[in-house]
Design a protein around this ligand. Structure first.
Ligand SMILES: Cc1ncc(COP(=O)(O)O)c(C=O)c1O
Length: 448
């Protein structure tokens, strides 16, 4: 398969007979989760950049990128090369919070990047925040768990946490206590107490969400809550404020600049640690290393995962526990292959100028989506930053029909929020690939 000439090509309506076999086999023993109906990725079949193949030979243009985890698309040569070098070493996952691993001579000469190299690399791309410490885990949710544990530990006896409506932070018990996007994530599960939520403000002219008590820029509900005289919570009792600088699962909402400035201001005023959850928005997805960089905030901890291939909690050293055994897990710091891939991903983004590329391609994509919005009145909104973009539709039913229509024509997309569709192409997406996707999308629009 050649990336420059590949196109989506559907030979059998997905899921075809071979895909259906795999689906039935998998489902017979697997838990019910969140599968996308109709798409099966055949790992043994050709795939390159945003193109992949299913067991029936259908070629898909994948603009879901495994929910943002394959940041450089399928089979990027540099990532293949680094995994090739590690493939004859076992264990690939080792007890990394108990044993440190080296690779060859001197650590400064990066022969094959180890988790220790990835720590340093993460400090490099968070340099503007003056972070000094990183800790790895297996998932975004674990990285969130570790971030809030670090804050509870640093601010002993501070029981409160603040989160925002529409938030998604993961599905483990601690992380799900912070979710405010869908009831189903939390219902019937026990949760961390004293989590306060506030509106996530995306308002532009007037405030409709209630975060501001008057016009935008007036007193905020957060400031009111924490006011030392009239407030409801003593700021000294707050362990953290956690926020997605662009909301992911909740609907790809870009917050208002004034709202973010206010969150940063209040956090600073009361010395409350600010956690930026960049599991989905980080690693260059929005055209900057961190979506936080688009705003006037200074996070104390950044949480990331997905595109990095390991969960990571990076932050100011003084917040991290001083005692041993407060953090850790068997595979915590010890995922050799994923760390090497994460490190190389960062290197490729740096070398190929992919932050600027993502900014340009994102502007082009949104401009073309806005053009479609002028033609189809069921598109209520076009939004995003860099290559983290979405359209809002009028009904959830129409969204379902459009997603189905795209899949049947070889374009893989994902929903988010209640009736939005997200676009997550690889960071090195070519304009030709965006045009191919837009062609399929407008065809699907015409049919609904
Ligand atoms: C913003 C955000 N935080 C946390 C998570 C949880 O990450 P994981 O699914 O790797 O546990 C996600 C996953 O989608 C996310 O988007």
């Amino acid at each position: 398969m050649e990336r420059n000439t590949a196109t989506p090509a559907i030979r059998v309506a997905p899921p075809g007979p071979r895909s259906r076999k795999w689906i039935a086999y998998h489902r017979a023993a697997a838990a019910r989760v969140t599968y996308v109906e109709g798409f099966v990725w055949d790992r043994a079949a050709p795939a390159i950049g945003p193109f992949c193949t299913d067991p029936d030979g259908n070629v898909f243009l994948d603009f879901a990128s495994h929910v943002g985890t394959s940041l450089l698309g399928y089979n990027h040569p540099e990532l293949l090369a680094v995994s090739e070098r590690l493939k004859s070493i076992d264990p690939d996952r080792y007890a990394g919070t108990d044993f440190i691993s080296a690779y060859g001579g001197e650590p400064e000469r990066v022969e094959v990047p180890t988790p220790s190299h990835l720590h340093h690399k993460l400090l490099e791309i968070t340099a503007r925040y003056e972070f000094g410490t990183a800790f790895f885990s297996n998932s975004g949710a674990e990285a969130v768990e570790n971030a809030i544990k670090i804050c509870y530990d640093a601010r002993r006896n501070c029981g409160y946490g603040f989160c925002f409506l529409g938030a998604f932070h993961g599905r483990t018990l601690g992380a799900l206590s912070l979710n405010r996007s869908k009831r189903l994530h939390r219902s019937w599960y026990p949760q961390i107490p004293n989590i306060v939520h506030l509106p996530y403000c995306t308002c532009s002219q007037e405030c409709h969400c209630g975060f501001w008590l008057g016009p935008i820029g007036s007193e905020s509900r957060l400031a009111q809550f924490l006011d030392p005289v009239r407030g409801l919570v003593d700021p000294a009792e707050v362990a953290y404020i956690i926020i997605e600088p662009v909301q992911g699962e909740g609907g790809y909402h870009v917050p208002a600049a004034a709202f973010m400035t206010e969150i940063g201001r209040v956090a600073r005023q009361y010395h409350i640690p600010l956690i930026a959850d960049e599991v989905q928005s980080g690693m260059g997805r929005t055209g900057r290393w961190w979506a936080s960089e688009h705003f006037d905030i200074q996070p104390d901890i950044i949480v990331t995962g997905k595109a990095l291939r390991v969960g990571a909690t990076v932050g100011r050293s003084e917040l991290f526990p001083k005692e041993e055994m407060r953090l850790g897990s068997t595979w915590g710091e010890g995922n050799a292959l994923s760390s090497a891939i994460g490190y190389t991903t960062i290197q490729v983004i740096q070398r190929d100028g992919l932050l600027a590329h993502a900014t340009r391609m994102g502007e082009y994509l949104r401009q073309e989506l806005q053009e479609l919005q002028r033609q189809f009145d069921f598109i209520e909104d076009v939004r995003g930053l860099g290559l983290m973009d979405a359209i809002e539709l009028d009904t959830v039913e129409r969204r379902g029909r459009i997603l189905r229509g795209c899949l049947e024509r070889g374009l893989l997309l994902l929903g988010c929020g209640f009736k939005a569709i997200r676009f997550l192409p690889p960071l090195d997406v070519a304009q030709r690939e965006l045009d191919l996707a837009l062609e399929v999308l407008s065809e699907a629009f015409r049919l609904v």
